[in-house]
Design a protein around this ligand. Structure first.
Ligand code: NDP
Length: 505
């Protein structure tokens, strides 16, 4: 964590006054207003007050952006650049993001309610690291030569899909953009990307930095505006070759319809989760387990697709673990996201807060018991704050154990046998992530294999790092993986070239 970058709260407030926000769409290398001239308000989740107005695009703006991306794809200004040149531009962009981490982190904090320690110290360095990682791979990945018969040569190479559409969520606005842009651009595509309406601001500044770093015009285009119009227009556009979506399972499903009804574009889905954290009876260091459990569910206010929202704990350890979690929560202050001491900021929107509080009511009605948290706090700020909330006496058939809440709400479920733990873990429509805690190697390996999830952390809550693929089983998505070289596969077509050699004269 780059602690020196995190400003004290007084400095953050002064920096806030100096912020020069970009609020227009970025298309073909320049900022422009929406074709219809509309704008919408974006609010600060920590105060409930407006920050500014952002251009509200529509299908006409998507057409303009796709046309720019198509021109850039067809004339090869990006895809046919030497791999080394593409790499240098992307690395220069990553460097600029890192240099501007304080400014970008501040923008993200006021727009998304995320703690400044996370946005400056993690989100922006990770955003830069993602773009840099994919850039560095550009001139190191080889194609293949097939074992074809004598007298022939067959090469198998990767080519860019062409124009990629990306529709991203609000929980990690900059990082999710980088997870799409990094591999899509590294493999030579051009992109039209839509941020979530609640969090457009950081991406607009980030793409401006890309232009400064040397990205040719039309290679990255940002259309801001609502999912129901801009997102759908991207999903249905006949000239987009591939669409990458991260967000709810419900909207992910729509993208399959959009593709089926239009040009059968490739659809990459990274969707919701209800990830289990299994704690076996043999674990001794409950303090360390509690610290991991807290990160898994309360980090980023629980607004995390891989959040470990179901704690499946051996009956013999439950009481002690609940106590350890309560002690751990003393080091998770909730409050002003601009304060570097804050670990839990505001939920993204009033709607999302009401949704989370609605689930807390449902949990109570279903017979679960609130151990800690359970109601809105800091209402006087005007912000949307919900403290870490832990439900005991949950059974896996309750709605709070089955549906993605996307807030700081943990459901605690007991088990007696290993088979029962695995059955509960797998009894979900989702399969994004899982973690398990045990000192028994046999149990660890066996259960890691049996749990149906894309990422399994053993004695840790982890999504891995940039070198490992991220993606889910079941209704958590399919079509590809974010991160690592596997992400390159999803943005490329495989081409076979079969060469018949003439026999010697
Ligand atoms: P959505 O899935 O609705 O939003 C994600 C993105 O899709 C946003 O850019 C959104 O635009 C866009 N979008 C929305 N509707 C459409 C549509 N009809 N066609 C095309 N694009 C669309 O998530 P929400 O913001 O509504 O959050 C609701 C729930 O979804 C959360 O509580 C959580 O459970 C889950 N979620 C999961 C995420 C994950 O990473 N797994 C991330 C975000 C949410 P706009 O912002 O303009 O609506």
């Amino acid at each position: 964590m780059t602690e020196t970058l995190i400003p004290p709260i007084e400095e953050s407030l002064a920096d806030l006054d100096r912020l020069d926000l970009r609020t227009r769409m970025f298309i073909d290398g320049e900022f422009r207003d929406a074709a219809g001239g509309d704008r919408f308000v974006t609010e600060n989740p920590a105060t409930g007050r407006p920050i500014t107005e952002v251009a509200e695009g529509g299908p006409a703006d998507v057409d303009i952006a796709v046309a720019a991306a198509r021109r850039a794809a067809d004339d090869g200004r990006w895809s046919r650049l030497d791999p080394g040149a593409r790499k240098r531009i992307l690395i220069a962009w990553a460097d600029l993001i890192e240099t501007h981490a304080r400014e970008l982190g501040l923008i993200e904090t006021i727009d998304a309610g995320k703690p400044i320690t996370d946005t400056v110290g993690l989100d922006m360095p990770e955003t830069a690291a993602c773009i840099r990682w994919h850039a560095e791979a550009v001139d190191k990945l080889y194609g293949q030569v097939a074992p074809s018969p004598e007298g022939t040569i067959a090469t198998i190479t990767r080519e860019p899909c062409g124009v990629v559409g990306a529709v991203i969520p609000w929980n990690y606005p900059a990082q999710m953009a980088a997870w799409k842009l990094g591999p899509a651009l590294a493999t030579g595509n051009t992109v039209v990307i839509k941020p979530a309406s609640t969090t457009s601001l950081s991406l607009l500044r980030i793409v401006e930095l890309g232009s400064e770093a040397g990205l040719p015009d039309g290679v990255v285009n940002v259309v801001t505006g609502p999912g129901g119009t801009v997102g759908e227009a991207i999903g249905r556009h006949p000239d987009i070759d591939c669409v990458a979506f991260t967000g709810s399972t419900e909207v992910g499903r729509r993208f399959l319809h959009y593709a089926a009804d239009s040009n059968l574009k490739r659809v990459l889905l990274e969707l919701g989760g209800k990830s289990p954290q299994i704690v076996f009876g043999d674990v001794s260091d409950l303090g360390s387990v509690a610290a991991n459990v807290a990160v898994a569910i309360f980090w980023n206010m629980g607004e995390n697709c891989s959040a470990g929202s179901r704690l499946i704990v051996h009956r013999s350890r439950k009481a002690a673990l609940l106590e350890a979690i309560e002690s751990e929560l003393a080091s998770w202050p909730v409050g002003d996201p601009l304060d570097p001491a804050t670990r839990i900021g505001a939920l993204i929107s009033k709607d999302q807060m009401e949704r989370v509080l609605g689930y807390i009511d449902i949990g109570r009605q279903e017979g679960a018991r609130v151990v800690t948290g359970g109601s809105r706090i800091l209402e006087e700020t005007g912000g949307w704050f919900v403290p870490p909330t832990v439900f005991d006496r949950v059974t896996n058939d309750m709605r709070i154990a089955r549906e993605e809440i996307f807030g700081p709400v943990l459901s605690v479920i007991e088990f007696d046998t290993e088979a029962e733990a695995v059955a509960i873990a797998n009894d979900t429509p989702y399969g994004l992530a899982a973690s398990l805690y045990t000192h028994d190697l046999d149990v660890a390996h066996r259960v890691a294999r049996e749990v149906r999830a894309g990422v399994v952390g053993i004695n840790a809550y982890s999504e891995g790092d940039m070198t490992t693929p991220f993606g889910g089983y079941k209704q958590s998505g399919f079509g590809g993986h974010d991160k690592s070289v596997h992400a390159h596969d999803q943005y490329t077509e495989t081409k076979t070239i079969w060469i018949q050699l003439r026999p010697p004269a």
